[in-house]
Design a binder for this molecule. Structure first.
Ligand code: PTJ
Length: 249
């Protein structure tokens, strides 16, 4: 990995680019994952590369939803595996939640590489390697999932998702928590709880909330989830964004 001087004003951003680039060379990320990362990076830049208040509210609600779930699961793809594998593993332990790998660009080789990487980090049960169920109303290969994993899950955390699968999972009656820096994406618009934040910051922040809620009654957590208005929160993200741009102009 190329050495970036710590003194560089864009140090963290450049290191993350190196991580993404290395992950592609190792075959964990699809080449278009680099483009997806670039889009996310642009939105992050506009948001100020920080967890904005509406994102924190979404992270708090996501934590409440995960605790209240009967069958929570985290869906992993190439970019998430490269950028936030350790954070997702830590969150999965804290909830506790299952793991399923689901790729937008299907590849058995990449699937196995991501699974091997997660196993090396101590994850024993990984769903999605032998898909045996189909998400209704989805034509692509992404419809195939694990019956014991995403298919029966009631709450699914989908970082960097595609809009179609998000909508199809919603139609199955699941609570979908999406992490997407683009508040305008179809995924962001379709999810039950949209977190407009970088997956690198969002996953640890959800875990922090899980710990904060350790002694909170289920009834109170359930109230937080039921009171969630995703459209309103996305509106607050847009207001934040426009105020920030205005203040810089
Ligand atoms: O590994 P695969 O085959 O499942 O492919 C993964 C990608 C991400 C390539 C695939 O799902 C894809 O093409 O995604 P999209 O449709 O480009 O959407 C990715 C979304 O994630 C975009 O709206 C980006 O703004 C957003 N995004 C990118 N990087 C981050 C991010 N959101 C949060 N944190 C990031 N680091």
């Amino acid at each position: 990995m190329k050495k970036i001087p710590k003194s560089h004003p864009r140090y963290h951003s450049l290191v993350t680019r190196e991580v993404i680039s290395e992950a592609m060379k190792k075959g964990l990320i699809h080449e278009t994952g680099l483009i997806a990362h670039g889009r996310g990076e642009a939105f992050d830049y506009l948001l100020g590369e920080t967890t904005i208040p509406p994102a924190d509210a979404a992270e708090k609600t996501a934590a409440a939803a995960l605790i209240c779930a009967t069958n929570p699961i985290i869906s992993i793809n190439g970019n998430v595996a490269a950028l936030a594998a350790d954070e997702c593993i830590s969150l999965a332990k804290a909830v506790p939640a299952k793991f399923e790998i689901n790729l937008f660009h299907p590849s058995l080789v990449r699937l196995r590489k991501i699974a091997a990487m997660l196993r090396k980090k101590g994850i024993k049960t990984i769903y999605g390697l032998n898909p045996n169920a189909k998400i209704p109303g989805l034509d692509s290969n992404r419809a195939y999932c694990s019956k014991e994993g995403i298919f029966i899950a009631d709450v699914v955390l989908v970082p960097l998702e595609d809009g179609d699968r998000c909508q199809a999972l919603q139609r199955m009656g699941k609570t979908i928590i999406a992490i997407d820096l683009n508040p305008l994406s179809r995924t962001a618009q379709a999810a039950t709880i949209t977190i407009v934040d970088n997956v690198i910051r969002a996953v640890p922040r959800i875990e922090q909330w899980i710990h904060v809620f350790k002694n909170t009654k289920r009834r109170d957590l359930s109230k937080i989830v039921q009171g969630w208005d995703n459209k309103k929160n996305l509106g607050e993200v847009m207001v934040f964004l426009s105020k920030r741009l205005n203040s810089l102009s």
